[in-house]
Design a binder for this molecule. Structure first.
Ligand SMILES: [Zn+2]
Length: 292
């Protein structure tokens, strides 16, 4: 089972979230038939969404991350809630890109090196909170760190890793570290010192495989305590009702032409590939319900 741990560092001078997301990324790979590059890109984005989602105060709050770059996998969209439930999709899921000269999967090339990251936080209020930054590299972790620092004014260390073996996701996870008000200069420097060690994150997860071991490994030199544990998972919350609303939002004319030209519709959920079929009579019923 995947796990996410909330960790208090140096008696509240900083906090960290440490997630092992191997199973949910593997589920995304199975659902979408992801290529190696797409599995790394979507896996990192899903893990990042889980980390940012679990930072939220309320478990019902929803967070949507949209990485819109100039690469062929963009846009990459992930939706997470405060309980670690997450879903995601991207363009051209089966497209494979050549490896980078250093032998790594080219996530930045897939997402695109230039573009925008948009973060929408739906906190159950009238208007959602919307933040935006330019993409830093398209490699996902750097983009999220830049967003948190520049747009939400919370300097953060973000590391994400997805490792594949024989084409299948074998390890995935992430770490997010944030200094809190009152953090001393000394602790701040030690937190910054963690960054170089986080580059091989997915190798560490592959070697041991548990979030608890990762916490011990990463924060060995700092006072730390696990406060809370959550269980992230891939979950799509689509329903026939939601799909009906999406159909209606296309507009009456579009719906009318589906009826006249196709005498029905098959709609596929982007997040889980579930298919919903509507007969001509059902579509006509929707049109009649629509007060517009
Ligand atoms: Zn779905």
């Amino acid at each position: 089972m995947d796990r996410l741990l909330h960790v208090e560092i140096e008696l509240g001078q900083a906090r960290a979230l440490v997630a092992e997301t191997t199973e949910l990324v593997r589920e995304a790979q199975r659902l979408h038939g992801l290529s190696h590059t797409a599995a790394a890109a979507l896996g990192r984005a899903l893990t990042g969404a889980v980390l940012l989602g679990c930072l939220q105060k309320n478990q019902q709050d929803r967070l949507t991350l949209t990485f819109r770059g100039d690469g062929p996998l963009s846009p990459v969209v992930c939706v997470a809630d405060g309980q670690g439930r997450v879903k995601g999709c991207l363009e051209n899921p089966q497209l494979e890109l050549p490896l980078k000269p250093n032998g790594k999967l080219d996530v930045g090339g897939g997402v695109g090196h230039t573009g925008r990251l948009t973060v929408v936080r739906d906190l159950g209020l009238k208007e959602p909170y919307v933040g935006q930054t330019n993409l830093s590299s398209g490699e996902i972790a750097e983009d999220l760190a830049l967003y948190l620092t520049a747009s939400e004014q919370t300097p953060s260390l973000v590391a994400l890793g997805v490792r594949l073996e024989k084409g299948v996701v074998c390890a995935a996870g992430g770490v997010l570290v944030q200094p809190l008000p009152g953090c001393t200069e000394e602790v701040l420097q030690r937190l910054e010192g963690l960054a170089p060690g986080l580059t091989a994150l997915s190798d560490r997860i592959a070697a041991d495989g548990s979030a608890a071991a990762l916490v011990e490994d990463v924060f060995a030199g700092l006072d730390h305590q696990v406060l809370e544990e959550q269980q992230p998972a891939y979950r799509c919350d689509c329903s026939r009702e939601r799909i009906e609303r999406a159909l209606l939002s296309m507009g009456r004319e579009e719906l009318q032409s589906l009826i006249e030209e196709q005498h029905g519709a098959e709609v596929c959920c982007h997040f889980c590939d579930k298919r919903y079929n509507f007969t001509q009579q059902e579509l006509e019923g929707l049109l009649r319900q629509d007060p517009a």
